[in-house]
Design a binder for this molecule. Sequence first.
Ligand SMILES: O=C(O)CCC(=O)C(=O)O
Ligand SMILES: [Fe+2]
Length: 328
Amino acid sequence: MDRLEIDAAELREIDRLLDEAEGELTDLDSDEALQCATVLAHRLPARIRRCLNEFRLERMSGVLCISGYVVDQERLGATPAHWREREGNSRAHREELLLVLYGSLLGDPIGWATQQDGRLVHDVVPIRGHEHEQLGSSSESLLTWHTEDAFHPLRGDFLGFACLRNPYAAATTVGYVDALDLPASVREVLSGERFSIRPDESHLPKNNSQPAEEAFERVEEMQRSPERVAVLFGDPDRPYIRADPYFMGVADREAQAALDELTKSMDELMFDLRLESGDFCFLDNYRVVHGRKPFTPRHDGTDRWLKRINVASDLRKSRAARVGRAIR
Ligand SMILES: O=C(O)CCC(=O)C(=O)O
Ligand SMILES: [Fe+2]
């Protein structure tokens, strides 16, 4: 993985930019805010811009952690018990902004009409009752490795996390597709359209407050009859990955054996990433998979708290499926 440690002068530059941006970008869910963010991002410190650009161009490992930002814990107050628990702007609006600014250098941040009520920036916090789900809000069970929103053809190219706090050092897990050493015959099977990936539960009406009906119907359709897709795709010598074994089906026994082999190999490769307060971590959603190890939530306002965004490299692909920046 790659790490960029911001220095004191860069931190001052970022703080000044955020002071200004806070006034301009009051509602991050508006289209205007995103137009503005793209331009403001050009004023981030040069070293950070160069680094994110290299990351975007796949000249880095596929995991980039920008650390050194200082989170004002007092301003934040208690970790919310649920992502829904929020009136107006988040108390971490400044960190949301910075996440969007960084993300804007990789592409265009997008949201889902069917996830967290269509918000652009998500909260990842442990939610009571979700302990054993396969959701970002789970805690006590392993969140198995996956490509983010693997079921969707318009899933983000990059995924970004801003860690506000992680007092018990819960571990995100990450694995590189480049590090897989699978026999050619297995790779070939994985490259065929012999797999299906069902939507994860974060896109279901029960995990949203105001179901945007048409959008949920589309997700339901993907649930009922998922299309057949390949797990490995792109350059056969250095393929991209699209997988979420927990939610996958297969066309035949050979495909099952290949998927089992991939799962086993990736399980062995996964490594821990214990995000710390002030870490802004970007994952290449085509080249790495991620998950999270179990942890014990406290539910007392001091729990781990991440902000999350999805970033698309090419908005044109989602034109027919978008209203503003939300894919429906
Ligand atoms: O909590 C984490 O470290 C990762 C959870 C996750 O997979 C996600 O939010 O997409
Ligand atoms: Fe995820």
